[in-house]
Design a protein around this ligand. Structure first.
Ligand SMILES: NC(=O)c1ccc[n+]([C@@H]2O[C@H](COP(=O)([O-])OP(=O)(O)OC[C@H]3O[C@@H](n4cnc5c(N)ncnc54)[C@H](OP(=O)(O)O)[C@@H]3O)[C@@H](O)[C@H]2O)c1
Length: 311
């Protein structure tokens, strides 16, 4: 039996529970590809799953991971051929086990990686790019001249969302820590609100769309900045029916984002990358076997852009 290295965990816990183990290489089914993994993007959700704070994958043992970029080794599909370079966020929210040397995934959940986009950046783009695309394009339908407030513009979702909103022709306001001002301005933000010194709800008005990745007070108080008919799209407060009702009662719209592996959205992101309108900031990469260090960094928060593992 052919084996590969994978990052398996047998108990919930801190970053040290992630261990390199030999496991069987998965077999692709018809419609799927076997991917030789070159890079893996990390997301805050994975730290919560590792620690047992969120029940999505059930009890360990399991292999984490969704964001992946790599080379097709075996194609049981007409969509790709061996040697094709592809990326995506396959199977989410079901387990995809991308913290591994090989991944079997539906071809439909992957798209061709542009040659100009390194594997590390492609892997880092998938989840955050899809989330921002669903919020700004699919749900809010942001268009030319819209005033869009992106919360946490320096984070994974936020930094990509700023660029997508700008590419759609929006005027972009964003909340970020003072140390991230230069970063978010370099991505095209028109107005930056330092959330530590300024109350965003006082600092902006007549906003058409708010993209929220913080929830809590931020999601609640964003109601005050929206124009009548304006739209909150939230990646974190999506199940807050009481808050949704308050938005609706006030004549504002409220939508929850549940990211999925939509290949149409992935191709939209690729088109932006190819025309130079979207880049992914990978703050730090870690070799595969140093995953515990990467998760320690994930746990400590305050990220600028993304983290990734390389193989
Ligand atoms: N529903 C879905 O389908 C979906 C999909 C993707 C992500 N998510 C969720 O969305 C959230 C964000 O994900 P992410 O990948 O963007 O996380 P991330 O990369 O960790 O970014 C979070 C950012 O928020 C900033 N921040 C913290 N407090 C802030 C405040 N009060 N105002 C403005 N910025 C603040 C942080 O920087 P500083 O602390 O330095 O300011 C950091 O840059 C996570 O909870 C994730 O699980 C949901």
């Amino acid at each position: 039996m052919r084996t590969m290295r994978a990052l398996t965990q047998h108990t919930f816990g801190g970053p040290e529970v992630l261990a390199v183990e030999d496991v069987p290489v998965p077999r692709p089914l018809p419609t799927e590809v076997l991917l030789r993994v070159r890079a893996i993007g990390l997301n805050p959700l994975e730290a919560r799953l590792r620690a047992g704070e969120f029940p999505l994958l059930g009890q360990p043992p399991f292999i984490l991971g969704w964001d992946v970029s790599g080379v097709v080794e075996e194609a049981v599909t007409w969509r790709f051929r061996p040697g094709d370079e592809v990326f995506g966020m396959p199977l989410f929210p079901r387990a995809a086990h991308t913290y591994a040397e090989y991944v079997a995934a539906p071809a439909l959940h992957l798209v061709r990686k542009p040659a100009s986009l390194p594997h590390v950046e492609a892997a880092a783009l998938a989840t955050v790019g899809l989330t921002a695309w669903h919020g700004l394009v699919d749900l809010a339908g942001v268009g030319e001249g819209d005033r869009v407030l992106i919360h946490a513009g320096g984070g994974g979702v936020g930094h990509v969302a700023i660029q997508i909103a700008k590419a759609l022709g929006a005027y972009v306001l964003t909340t970020a820590a003072a140390g991230k001002r230069t970063f978010v301005e370099s991505l095209g933000a028109d107005e930056v609100i330092d959330y530590a010194s300024t109350d965003f709800a006082q600092a902006c008005r007549a906003v058409d769309v708010v993209l929220d990745t913080l929830g809590g007070e931020t999601a609640a108080r964003s109601l005050d900045v929206l124009r009548p008919g304006g739209h909150l799209v939230t990646a974190v407060a999506d199940e807050d029916t009481e808050l949704a009702a308050r938005y609706e009662a006030a004549g504002r719209r409220f939508s929850g984002i549940a990211v999925d592996p939509d290949p149409v959205a992935l191709r939209g992101l690729v088109a932006l990358v190819e025309r130079g309108a979207l880049r992914v900031h990978v703050a730090q990469t870690y070799p595969f076997a140093r995953v515990a260090d990467a998760h320690r960094r994930l746990d400590s928060g305050h990220l600028t852009g993304k983290l990734a593992l390389t193989l």
